[in-house]
Design a protein around this ligand. Sequence first.
Ligand code: PDD
Length: 281
Amino acid sequence: RFAYVNGRFVRHGEAAVHIEDRGYQLADGVYEVWAVFDGKLADAEGHFARLWRSLDELRIAHPMSEAALTMVLREAVRRNKVREGLCYLQVTRGVARRDHAFPNPAVLPSVVVTARSLDRAASEAKAAQGASVISVQENRWGRCDIKSIGLLPNALAKQAARERGAIEAWFVDDMGLVTEGASSNAWIVDAEGALRTRDTNANILRGVTRYTLLDVIRESGMVINEKPFTIAEAQSAREAFITGAGSLVTPIVQVDGVKLGDGKPGPVAKRLRALYIERAR
Ligand code: PDD
């Protein structure tokens, strides 16, 4: 395997950044994850648009143009012989003597790209079974719209989920409303049959998969209600599912130990998964 680090491809096992990288010391950086279908990056532009925005919000310089970065990502996919999988990009503010404030003058941002294969057949089989989520209290900062590498609350939430046999944890805010998952956006098909997902004016990540799926949903004439929901509403919903570059569209059949309906993935989630994959391919 190979990884891209600051201008060149090196063997994955030997890929490294300096110990005084601000990503390592301060989580001062951002990332993106692309799904790879048939060797191609899914929703490429959407992820780039969000990357530039995350960098701008943190005043980290763009390390290179979109065209150049696209070449690097494609090369990472090619060198690792990824047909079906994921491509990861991380940009940090760079290497500088430890100081919370930005280095002045600015240093070059550090760029890391990796790509790995996934067993799509296995993920399809898993998705067909449906998965569980648990709820955890929202405890993240106020800028979840920035795709920051500071993921400690997300990591703790995901671990709590794993320890309870769930694939995802849903953060629940002070109002009792679900914000999003630790690494995905949260959706239900409510009692009226409308698709519900939280609006992105809230403190959540603007999921690229979420936006593409909204297009797919509109085109197929289904009703969308961008409104948050409670855990109780999810438990009594017709269906639930999560979206993200890793999970694509994954049906949820259990929320905090309560089965939804008959405990099997619903027709809407199954259909949307198929439509999303068809669109992304
Ligand atoms: N996570 N919300 C959070 C907190 C996320 O971390 C992610 C993605 C999403 C979905 O965003 P998108 O549809 O653009 O992938 C929502 C990536 C996959 C990860 O952390 O691995």
